[in-house]
Write a protein that binds this ligand. Sequence first.
Ligand code: UD1
Length: 423
Amino acid sequence: MDIIRIQGGRRLAGEIPIHGAKNSALPLLAATLLVPGVCYIHNCPHLSDVDASMKILRHLGCGVTQQEDTVTVDATVLSGCAIPDALMREMRSSIVFLGAIVARCGEAVLTYPGGCELGPRPIDLHLSALRRLGVTVEEQHGTIRCRVEKRLRGTEITLPIPSVGATENILLAACTAEGTTVLHHAAREPEIRDLCHFLNACGASIRSDGSGTLFIRGVSRLQGAAHRVMPDRIETATYLAAAAVTGSTLTLTGCSPDTTMTVFPALEQAGCVLNTPAPDCLCVQAPARLGKLGTVRTMPYPGFPTDAAAPLLAAACVGEGTSVFVENIFENRYKYVDELARMGACIQVDGRVAVVEGVPRLQGASVACTDLRGGAAMVIAALAAQGRTEITALQHLDRGYQDLVGCLSAVGAEICRMDEQEN
Ligand code: UD1
């Protein structure tokens, strides 16, 4: 088992290139299933969740190759419509394949994606939307069987909450349905926009009113297209937190400042100066001692992203004063707080609220990643901690951060990854 070892306290300087967004790449790869042809997904990050998606595509009969950051998917002929339990469990967001499989094959057999580190992750909204589109859904012993006679039927759907995954599944299912689907209260995350751009490039007809309603006019067939995955705004926010916690100046290239703006106010309140020297470039200059971040409330886009809360909370641990985090999306997102406490962080959690009293210094410790973004919080805290931190359970980080160690060491962090045995 690998561990990450960090000697904290180094100032960082230089440039970090931002990779393609995990949360965009996964639904894009699922979308390629709709196309009886070849699709090219460029700027696709090298992550274990992407590997899991490619395994699912291959299992369903697609030809899949990966060359550098381009994944080519040939879904001309499919050989199956079922995803085995082991593959479903490899990646929690595998449920996004459901809409695409049932639309393409008229049938889909999946199992539940399983429990999640963030608390229960129901899929009731995905299933009820598919039912409205004419799909018969049977759930038995953890298996979900979906079937549709001929084509899905366009309809009007209103989501009670703007679920990202449910919006993606509805888009994938409705693209080739008969008639038009009007989806109200859809998620407005930039990754949804990215998926719509790709689907439209494949010949779909999706229009947004810009305020949460999507109009999806069903077309009879999609054709192959090429698409560049949007930059990862959560990876971007994580490196902003790395600069903030170490009092550093960093330039992030190949990113999308527009979609990351939602985290700027909290960082600016803490004394960071952010500017965009070019449309795809973000420069952050942090004060020698970070201030408090104020009150950070996670919300659906364009609110503060829940996935960026953990890395920023880790930075707030050494900010001067009290910062408050309110988690409004997931029920159980503070597991990593106990690990931060091992490093001397002072955090009180009460339900959805975490109150962080900044301390002058954290101490290096042995800590574990509890989940993907919680793992990023460990790295951020360790960069500022006095002494050495060792981080275990890296499989969580590998789901969502490409070459985290290489990126941070290139800007001066004392960080390395090694086999635990070599220790
Ligand atoms: C996606 C992101 C994840 C991010 C989250 C919120 C991907 C691969 N993952 O997850 O990183 O943290 O959006 O921005 O893109 N819910 C239900 N019933 C459902 C579906 C969702 O109750 O059928 C609830 C969830 O439990 C959660 C909330 O809705 O409390 C939001 O979840 P959702 O937007 O669906 O998140 P994901 O798509 O799973």
